[in-house]
Design a protein around this ligand. Sequence first.
Ligand code: HEC
Length: 490
Amino acid sequence: MKNYLLIFCMAVVFCSCKQGKELPIIDYIQLENTTLNVEVLAKNLDVPWDIAYADDKSLWFAEQRGVVSKIDLQTGEQKKLLTITDVWHKRTAGLLGLVVHPDFKNNPYVFVNYTVKIDSLISNHLVRYEYKNDTLINKKILLVIDGFTAHNGSRLAFDKGGKLLWATGDAYVKENAQNLKSLNGKILRLNVDGSVPKDNPYPNSYVFANGFRNMQGITIGDNGLIYTSEHGDAIEDEVNLIEKGKNYGWPNIEGKHDLPADKLFAQKHQTVEPIQSWTPVIAPAGIAFYGYGKIAEWRNSLLLTTLKTKSLRVLKLTEDGRKVLSEEIFLKEHYGRLRDVAVGPKGEIYISTSNQDWNPSPGFPLPEDDKILKISIAEKPVENVLRAIKSTGVEEVKDGKLLYEQYCASCHKADGKGVPNVFPALASSKKVNGKSADLISLVLNGAGEQMPSFKFLKDEEVAKIINYIHTNWGNKNKEILSTDVKNNRK
Ligand code: HEC
């Protein structure tokens, strides 16, 4: 009997060694009844754009410049498998989506999509590799679609029928999204060999759904429902529930179908409304369905990471998964920009940071960024916990500073210094120091390819933003009034 016990104890000790290195706990999150640990699973990474759990008990990840790696979740061992040499990396172009075949043992396939630039031609390649001896071999290009420096999306997932889904961006050509002949601004559906599935909605077409701008998240619910997250323009970020052959409205409709023009277009084209939308925008990125994992408070939810608001959001779903009941915001501004989220086999959660990317935030990167963090249930009671903030939905914003922070600072930064060669500084800008009327029309109409139009703001809100910019960045003109904005619209 004694011997038995001893062997048992030794086995336990041995097993816990095999569990690999202890991960450093950096924070605790308090839910209603559960306390969660946040641990560092991997660090010193370079924008891990996609993280995906695979049934080889590993967490796979793709870094934007072209490196594919995996971490054995039992031993903690991290292995670099491949550097893809033809990846073109700039701004939001690069190695983006990654998914591992759901039946990896029998089909050791890994699928990635990345941007390629040959001469001046930018495209996005969907590529399949075979995994063998800790590297990726037998590269097969499944599909090539248009690309751009921005709006390349994108994400990959497998639907419940074993077909590959590719959520693509509109490649900065809005019209692509409504054009069924273009593969941009779409959910595409393929067989694993790259052929068109027979049961796709349009004959001989990869298109499964259309009308999207720039998606950075896709996930499949336990019941097979497909959800995506999408960046809106200056307004209306979205989470959509994707159905076969449906139209999601971009660029004719943004967000909910609430304007008269939206309603007309919706009626004519039978478009589908998002199940959640956000104005001011949050820049939603990775999305993962949380089913019946251990964290009871988060069951039947969508987990969503955001870049602009730098948070993990938990969108609680109705039982049938077709509507969002509530939204809670975790980790706001705590680890910086969050690019992706994945759920592990025991209901633990992984999130990746994106603080080394093209649009850095003040105060970030943190030391040893970028990281992959693991969130799981804490074994013992703890102090100094982080808590959620309730989402208040559409906010009634009153003052110029707040308006500036919500609509302008994601690009021009809170200090007005912008990002060199990407977003101009307002602090020393001739446009800011010139005639008020010119600045008003710039804000109303946008400028160049990247500065959106802010026509949708109220006259009073535009006036407040401009007065805020004037007083902070050196313009001595007199205060402008709502009527100045109103007159400029004509
Ligand atoms: C998505 C990023 C983005 C957002 C959000 C944004 N801008 Fe811009 N902005 C730009 C870019 C890019 C340019 C340069 C456009 C060009 O001329 O090509 C620009 C140009 C400007 C300029 C002219 C600067 C100069 O000296 O040429 C002003 C002024 C300006 N923006 C104000 C604003 C204000 C006010 C807001 C908020 C209401 C705002 N921007 C929101 C990206 C952005």
